[in-house]
Design a protein around this ligand. Structure first.
Ligand code: NAP
Length: 321
């Protein structure tokens, strides 16, 4: 049977759960579709569940583990009456007066929920190389965020995979900590902007492995101990003793389920109106990385989750007036 709710929040990273805290405290009894507990890509808590120590989230003088921080967000939202539903939005229909949301099962006749307002906070995912033990090693030598984790690699020999602006930005940032930074790129020329290339080529700590792909990650005691790379032409393999590997081959927003319904940019990020979290559909708001490919920080996502809940409050009040 379909349940009608005032506010549904899709996603349970910092943006979704901050929106939930605010919407719950405004007495909207929001439902949070928090993702599939068994999934690695749609898991509850978002990208911070894949990190270890977080030292730059304000308020935690000694840092906090990513999963612990997200557990705190969740408990705080539940304390004010937010309801967590361990499922992902399998199908969404935004064409009617009320948004219709199918949880888990896209094929069932009736939607699981209809809602007066929706906050989309489905986040983005770092693209990964797809190697067997890669996800297991995230937080143990493998990372997708130099700003978050670079500090832990003081004195390490680090590799960065990718040839775009992100890879070079990560590499340049990592030179502050690393003994050396090696950029592994699958071609012999970079995609990154000229200015970033100039900076990378000028850095004495940065070197390049051209026309190479990473084919295996080696571990010792549960942490990364080395990397095998292979020539793109399928030639000889070489092993390097990198103890840090930053994967910077791009991000993708989790917006498939909204395609054709919400206005998006060329990269698939949801467009919001300037100075607001409102999307192209009335009553639908977006917060966090799903609408931001620039800042991508837990604190900025949380801030926009707060904004989305305040925008919803104003929207629902106007509907009732
Ligand atoms: P990107 O521009 O799409 O670059 C991705 C890089 O990863 C490319 O060099 C690509 O190789 C490589 N790659 C993709 N899949 C791969 C795979 N499976 N294995 C190995 N390598 C792979 O992504 P981005 O660097 O994240 O940048 C995204 C956007 O944000 C861009 O518009 C960028 O300019 C912008 N950005 C700007 C700044 C800045 O201005 N400071 C910083 C970061 C990002 P190929 O080159 O062979 O395709």
């Amino acid at each position: 049977m379909t349940e009608h709710v005032r506010v549904i929040i899709i996603g349970s990273g910092p943006a979704g759960l901050t929106a939930a805290i605010y919407a719950a405290r405004a007495d909207f009894n929001p439902v949070v579709l928090e993702g599939e507990p068994s999934s690695t890509s749609d898991q509850p808590g978002g990208q911070l569940m894949l990190t270890t120590e977080i030292e730059n989230f304000p308020g935690f003088v000694d840092g906090i583990l990513g999963p612990e921080l997200m557990g705190n967000f969740r408990n705080q939202a539940e304390r004010f009456g937010a309801r967590m539903h361990g499922a992902k939005a399998a199908r969404i229909d935004l064409s009617g007066r009320h948004a219709a949301i199918w949880a888990s099962d896209a094929t069932s006749q009736e939607p699981t929920y209809t809602a007066d307002a929706v906050i989309v906070a489905t986040g983005a995912r770092s693209l990964m190389l797809g190697l067997d033990n890669e996800l297991r090693l995230v937080g143990h030598g493998v990372s997708t965020c130099a700003t978050c984790d670079g500090f832990f690699f003081r004195g390490h020999r680090i590799a960065v995979v990718g040839g775009g602006d992100s890879a070079l930005e990560e590499a340049l940032f990592l030179t502050k900590f690393a003994e050396s930074v090696t950029i592994i790129h699958r071609r012999d020329s970079l995609r990154a902007s000229k200015i970033m290339q100039d900076r990378a080529f000028a850095s004495p700590k940065i070197s390049f492995l051209w026309n190479r792909q990473v084919t295996a990650l080696h571990e010792q005691g549960g942490s990364l101990s080395g990397v095998t790379v292979q020539d793109m032409a399928g030639g000889a393999e070489e092993r390097h003793d990198f103890t840090g590997l930053f994967v910077a081959i791009g991000h993708a927003p989790n917006t498939d389920v909204f395609k054709g319904q919400l206005e998006m940019d060329d990269l698939g990020y949801i467009m919001t109106q300037p100075g607001s979290t409102a999307t192209s559909v009335r009553g639908v708001f977006a917060a966090g990385d799903v609408q931001d490919h620039i800042y991508r920080q837990a604190i900025t996502a949380a801030g926009s989750g707060c904004q989305a809940a305040l925008d919803v409050e104003k929207y629902l009040a106007a509907q009732e007036a």
